[in-house]
Design a protein around this ligand. Structure first.
Ligand code: CAO
Length: 425
């Protein structure tokens, strides 16, 4: 049978009469070397005091609330050396404002284990009041300690608090298309209590597109860049062209021009004609330019894709636009018609509005929202002149595209739309 040995409080940075805030083991427990026995708290930091050797705890000589100094007896453990001081304590930052002061005790104890406890507060919660062992425990479970209510002394988070948090999170019902950890459940309201109601099931398309939109909104860090393009000349030309092709029953809307202008701009900014791969570590640049167009159908939103937009003229694009939007509205569109897009355009210009923030169609990295053009006074050559201005809203994936690049993209696009000659380039 192994010897029973004493474990004493090690050098805790010269502090005396330090409070014991947590006792992590009890008589009968088997402990590993370096496993936390107790946690103490100075006015600067909390420190875990680990076991110096493996063994079985015979007796704990300390309880929560005791004051200890170097050399005090912590426990009797069967196993290990004759008289052992516990291993080097591990420090963790104190709550909020005290954090900078942690540098002193940590620097004085250059134990390699200190760094993670201090340097990687997220996701285990930098400002939460918790001992290093609890921080480690939370980190292993992926729990953000700032979201865990502390039931211990002075609001300290205990192991049980972390366990209860995990249990509660797992028990939460998946509502509203799946609750994210830490989010409140979807409100379950009896609307009939407040007046007459009618319940209408979401269409199949709405359910499918809704799930996609939800994922894209939650997973992509969106930013939207706004711009206005002077389309006075483009509109004059479109009307001329429209009159010509009306005889052939072909409608030339501004969207055909938008498609062409976007293709030219995407060629100039290849990072926008790209997707993150599944690992999220590589950008896949596409040598083709296929653009999806959001079409409003009675059953919900559909996004058919127009292929090789850069290689087609305005009339051809107008023809294809008419065909795909009719196909979408007649619900004759196939899954293949909606695949392979590099970028999307969502035009609400035929309806109204001045700007909106479209949701990116993953795995694309940007989408252009087009609102209704209107005549505006524009300052030109020393006077205000009436110009037809088209509002553009570019939402982009900020993991891939910087704000400056997005502003360059929309500025370039506005130039292309303002200067018809560029559409021919
Ligand atoms: N500014 C001013 N007028 C515009 C315009 C703009 N930006 N865009 C289109 N118009 C005009 C057209 O010229 C047309 O005018 P006339 O009838 O006088 O010729 C009228 O508005 C209607 O255009 P349209 O909607 O039939 O054609 P389009 O090519 O502009 O758009 C399509 C086609 C399929 C994109 C559109 O019908 C549609 O479904 N839009 C909704 C897309 C959508 O729901 N997006 C939201 C996604 S996020 O939920």
């Amino acid at each position: 049978m192994a010897e029973i040995n004493k474990v004493q409080v090690p050098d805790i940075g010269g502090f005396k009469g330090v409070s014991v805030i947590e006792v992590a083991v009890k008589a009968g427990d088997t402990v590993e070397a370096e496993q936390t026995l107790i946690t103490v708290e100075t006015d600067k930091a909390t420190m875990d005091v680990p076991a110096p050797f493996a063994g079985v705890v015979k007796e704990m000589k300390i309880k929560v609330g005791d004051k200890v100094s170097e050399g005090d007896l912590i426990a009797l453990i069967e196993g290990g050396a004759a008289v052992a001081k516990a291993a080097t304590p591990v420090a963790a930052p104190q709550v909020a404002a005290a954090a900078p002061q942690v540098a002193a005790p940590v620097a004085a104890k250059p134990a390699p284990v200190v760094a993670p406890a201090v340097a990687t507060p997220a996701p285990s919660g930098g400002n939460a009041h918790a001992s290093p062992s609890i921080r480690r425990f939370a980190r292993e479970l992926g729990v953000n300690l700032t979201q865990v209510g502390g039931s211990g002394e002075k609001g300290r988070v205990t192991k049980e608090d972390v366990q209860n948090f995990v249990k509660q999170t797992l028990a939460k019902p998946a509502t509203g298309g799946g609750a994210l950890p830490g989010l409140l459940p979807w409100p379950d309201v009896d609307f009939a209590r407040f007046g007459e109601i009618e319940t209408k099931a979401l269409s199949r398309i709405k359910k499918i597109s809704g799930a996609n939109l939800h994922r894209n909104w939650v997973m992509i860090p969106h930013v939207t860049q706004f711009e206005e393009a002077d389309i006075s000349e483009m509109e004059a030309f479109r009307k001329e062209l429209g009159a010509e092709y009306a005889k052939q029953n072909l409608k030339i809307t501004p969207l055909a021009f938008m498609l062409k202008a976007c293709a030219i701009t995407l060629k100039h900014f290849p990072d926008f004609n790209a997707s993150l791969d599944a690992s999220g570590e590589n950008l896949v640049l596409k040598k083709y330019i296929h653009i999806g167009v959001a079409v409003d159908t009675p059953n919900g939103l559909m996004v058919p894709v127009i292929r090789d937009v850069d290689q087609k003229g305005i009339v051809q694009l107008a023809k294809e636009l008419g065909e795909v939007s009719a196909k979408a509205r007649d619900l004759k569109i196939t899954a293949a018609d909606m695949q392979g897009g590099c970028f999307s355009i969502s035009s609400l210009g035929g309806i109204g509005g001045t700007a909106f923030t479209p949701i990116i169609n993953a795995p694309e990295v940007a989408i252009l929202g087009v609102s209704r053009s209107s005549m505006k006074p524009v300052w030109k050559d020393g006077e205000f002149v009436p110009r037809l201005m088209l509002p553009l809203s570019l939402s982009y994936d900020h993991r891939v595209i910087d704000g400056a690049a997005a502003a360059r993209f929309t500025t370039y696009l506005a130039h292309v739309l303002a200067d018809m000659r560029r559409l021919a380039l």
